[in-house]
Design a protein around this ligand. Structure first.
Ligand code: BV8
Ligand code: ZN
Length: 260
């Protein structure tokens, strides 16, 4: 009788293309507050006040104070063994893929190989990239990027704490965090990339998310509807646990290095 951990390791070992959905739980052991855990981000702030366009309209100073604090916390955080395990997994697969001749579709044209691993992250802290992961889709933007509210220019060359309030050097208008707030649509290119990754994968991992926010939370359910095995790693049960092929309860920083 194989244990859930062994089952998870086998699924990872045999998967050709893995899609990973990560949430705040994967950065918790890096010291970054999650949203909904005790002492989390939403403890002292209401979502409406700091994570909606209306809140920014109402009080941009408060929102910039919130995001400057997030930038400071992200700056001093380091990737933890969970981020590093996913980066190692990608490195190993990319290395192996290089050794295999690229498959052609018979007309000599190399057809697109599915990516060995795609990380769809809801996190905005940049820790996956910091750990060395290359194929990362930031579903909700990045705390390191800011966008002009008028000309739309996106920039990431600012000091950790931006002046409150920061203005666009090109057109002088107010800058906002390049982050998807509640009630805002995700970038269409990001949605497409996520859809392709879910469709192409043959294994879906869900790490450290409460799976309540849409559309990110729908991806594990879409994967399972397409008959793909789903492995969940979370310190507690979530709505995904009911449909997961393997649901591993524990800390991502301890479990991920063991299964990848
Ligand atoms: C959209 C960026 C179309 C901000 C985020 C009513 C009105 C308006 C909208 C809606 C509505 N009802 C539904 C919606 C849609 C809404 C939504 O889903 N709301 C929820 C609350 C029901 N979604 C949207 O608005 C999205 N846009 O739908 O566009 C549209 C357009 C116009 C009008 C309508 C619809 C945009 C959503 C994006 C919001 N931005 N983040 C920022 O970061 O500052 S969401 C934010 O919370 C995160 O990014 C993440 O996505 C989400 C959930 O957080 P988690 O990552 O899961 O973290 P959480 O704290 O919740 O859980 C941590 C987990 O980790 C726990 O399970 C814990 O057990 C586990 N854990 C902790 N430590 C560890 C661990 N596990 C393992 N190891 C550990 N060590
Ligand atoms: Zn501008």
């Amino acid at each position: 009788m194989t244990s859930p951990m062994q089952k998870a390791s086998e699924l990872v070992a045999h998967a050709a293309s893995i899609c990973v959905l990560t949430g705040a739980g994967i950065s918790a052991e890096s010291g970054i507050k999650t949203f909904r855990d005790a002492g989390g981000l939403w403890e002292n702030h209401s979502i409406e006040a700091v994570a909606t366009p209306e809140g920014f309209e109402q009080n941009p100073r408060l929102v910039w104070e919130f995001y400057n604090a997030r930038r400071k916390a992200a700056k001093v955080a380091s990737p933890n063994p969970a981020h590093l395990a996913l980066a190692r997994l990608e490195q190993g697969r990319l290395h192996r893929a290089k050794q295999k001749p690229t498959a052609t579709n018979g007309h000599g044209k190399a057809h697109r190989q599915p990516q060995p691993i795609t990380i769809l992250t809801q996190n905005v802290d940049g820790l996956h990239q910091h750990a060395g992961s290359q194929n990362v889709v930031e579903l909700h933007g990045s705390v390191w990027k800011v966008r002009c509210t008028r000309c739309g220019a996106i920039s990431d060359d600012h000091p950790v704490e931006l002046p409150v309030l920061p203005y666009c050097s090109a057109c002088g208008a107010l800058l906002r965090p390049h982050i998807v707030w509640f009630g805002e649509s995700l970038d269409p290119g990001v949605l497409d990339a996520a859809e392709v990754a879910v469709e192409e994968c043959d294994l879906f991992l869900v790490i450290g998310t409460s799976a309540v926010v849409q559309p990110a939370a729908s991806y594990p359910f879409i994967a399972t509807r397409h008959g793909k095995p789903v492995i969940e790693v979370n310190k507690e049960k979530t709505p995904v646990s009911a449909i997961a092929t393997v649901s591993l309860i524990g800390l991502a920083g301890e479990i991920l290095p063991k299964i990848v």
